[in-house]
Design a protein around this ligand. Structure first.
Ligand code: NDP
Length: 287
């Protein structure tokens, strides 16, 4: 029999998740603070309840996809969670996820936290490559693995409930740095008569090629030898930074997205690590 489940939260993401479970034949009970958002789903077979607690009472597996950690308290403060398997897909920090795991356990529930590495149009489309990081109760994950695999791929990253959020935010943080670099590159060419659409594949190709450095950094961090297999040492890279900054000035572009990283490289160089890679910056960032 296809397992049944409850989903609380029918925003853009929750609605996308709900559609995939309904399409796969799961009995789905939904609740949303603004009740009207349940209508398109009840029209295709979902059951909706007026109160969150009623929806929770319907099934053992209860998935949350609310705005933020606070909205979970507002939704579940008076709900009986004894014996429930709570899967929280609401974006949270690692500390919030760990506190939420303790909160759920104290109420007699098993808890799994999730970090969604996808945007709503990728949900239910395996070729799109989206997936969800999960961490927390391994037993819960094993029990509901096939149901949780319906909307997107799954990657279980450990019993520590904070890890899914940590992996999620680490990837998003790296992406933020990449977006900053992309903005700077487009600003540089923007002063000239260069078609951004022709430049884009060059930029995307270069960023893709350079991802090999992620593995090298990991290797150096693991071995503790930051001078291992260095091809572009720090002293050379700091000297090269001057060309990047001067070009920004010539093109009339603010260097503000580049300078924080360059300042850290200079500090590491000044401490006598010119023969290393840029991996030493990691140590400078950790407080
Ligand atoms: P939406 O803004 O579309 O929906 C937010 C949902 O939270 C709605 O169901 C809303 O109810 C509910 N909500 C907000 N505040 C409260 C509250 N105080 N009490 C009860 N319910 C509340 O957001 P998304 O669906 O896009 O996102 C949901 C979660 O998924 C977020 O944590 C987000 O970070 C995460 N996520 C989203 C991605 C995306 O690209 N959209 C990607 C990856 C993760 P109501 O309808 O009544 O307002």
């Amino acid at each position: 029999k296809i397992p049944s489940l409850t989903l609380l939260g029918l925003g853009v993401m929750g609605t996308a998740l709900a559609r995939t479970w309904l399409a796969a034949g799961h009995d789905l009970t939904v609740w949303n603070r603004t009740e009207s958002k349940t209508e398109p789903l009840t029209a295709t077979g979902a059951k909706a309840t007026a109160a969150a607690a009623e929806a929770v009472a319907e099934n053992t597996l209860v998935v949350l996809c609310l705005l933020d950690d606070e909205s979970i308290d507002e939704t579940l403060w008076d709900t009986d969670l004894q014996g429930k398997d709570l899967v929280n897909l609401t974006t949270s920090t690692p500390a919030q996820a760990r506190a939420r795991a303790d909160w759920a356990t104290a109420r007699g529930a098993r808890f799994l936290d999730g970090g969604i590495m996808a945007v709503p149009p990728m949900i239910g489309i395996p070729e799109a490559g989206g997936y969800v990081f999960y961490s927390g109760s391994a037993a819960l994950f094993e029990t509901h693995r096939s149901t949780l695999s319906v909307p997107a791929g799954t990657k279980y990253v450990g019993e520590d409930a904070g890890f899914a959020a940590l992996y999620d935010v680490a990837l998003l943080s790296a992406m933020t740095g990449m977006f900053a670099g992309v903005a700077h590159a487009f600003a540089l060419i923007g002063a000239e008569d260069i078609d951004p659409k022709e430049f884009a594949p060059l930029l995307a190709g270069w960023l893709t090629t350079m991802t090999f450095s992620v593995h090298k950094t990991a290797d150096q961090l693991q071995s503790g030898d930051y001078a291992k297999d260095v091809v572009s040492n720090l002293a050379m890279q700091v000297a090269g930074s001057a060309t990047l900054l001067r070009t920004a000035e010539e093109q009339g572009v603010s260097p503000e997205l580049l300078t924080p990283y360059m300042t850290l490289m200079e500090r590491r160089l000044a401490a006598g690590h010119g023969d290393e890679d840029t991996t030493g910056v990691v140590a400078l960032l950790r407080r």
